[in-house]
Write a protein that binds this ligand. Sequence first.
Ligand code: ZN
Length: 312
Amino acid sequence: MRLASTVAALVFCTAAAAAPNDVVRPYPAQQVSTGVYVIHGPQGVPSKANQSFMNNPAWVVTRDGVVVIDPGSSVQVGRMVAAQIRKTTDKPVTHVFDTHVHGDHWLGNQAILEAWPKATLIAHPDMIKQANNGAGAFWIKLMSDMTGGYTDGTRAEVPTIEAADGQEFRIGGKTFRIHSSTDAHSKTDLMIELVEDHILFTADNVLNHQVMNLRDGTFKGVMKATDRALALDAALYVPGHGKTGDRKFVEDQKAYFSTLMSEVRRMYDEGKSDYEMKPVIAEKLKAYRDWAEWDTNLGRQISLAILEIEQE
Ligand SMILES: [Zn+2]
């Protein structure tokens, strides 16, 4: 009995702490510009197969240290990211920007703090508020459920430093300029402009070849953020999901959303329902049919667009 309960307690402790060797299989980092690296995660939702990894962790090696953007969806992903960072530099991670409240982007914070306990975590004020008021626990449970418990042991390490729209963080000779909003992809989103390098990290406000889950955002806000991203005329855009590229994929998203919204609006005015709209819109948007999450998110987007139009 005593042994059994000791074993049970040990198992519980192991699960609660996530053993240090719990790490997702490695994915290579791509150098997209001098000192700027992105691991392009697989596209899709968290699963047993992808071990929860499906975002684009990135880092910038500055004169004084490393700035990480979105260290991933679990402590197990974050450890893989930390190992890949160490292959590119001996410098410590000094700062982490978490682009928004969705846990696939920031639950890897724990692994960054394991490796570099002095790192400063930065996010949108509403991200910090939501993460402390239930969103952290919600995302930890969701990740665990979707991966069959693979991410267990992950804790919510919530940022403490707020980033405001227009604010500039000068770190190690580089300028990280914040472009934030309260009505875009998650209503807690930061886009981060790496000024000297003409790179924009769009977070989930712009995705490359992926139909967005807009459950927590607004079309109006995402379309505004997309326009803002284009107006910055960056040389490179790093999306929250999908490959890094030039402005072409940002323009693709703009075209996709403007077709979707104008079609929903037109048919809404004709009194059509969402199930009548879907085949018409799927035909109009057929050029985007190979985008990730098309089957899951197109119908949902139409329903959400109707709700948004009704609220105008
Ligand atoms: Zn997101």
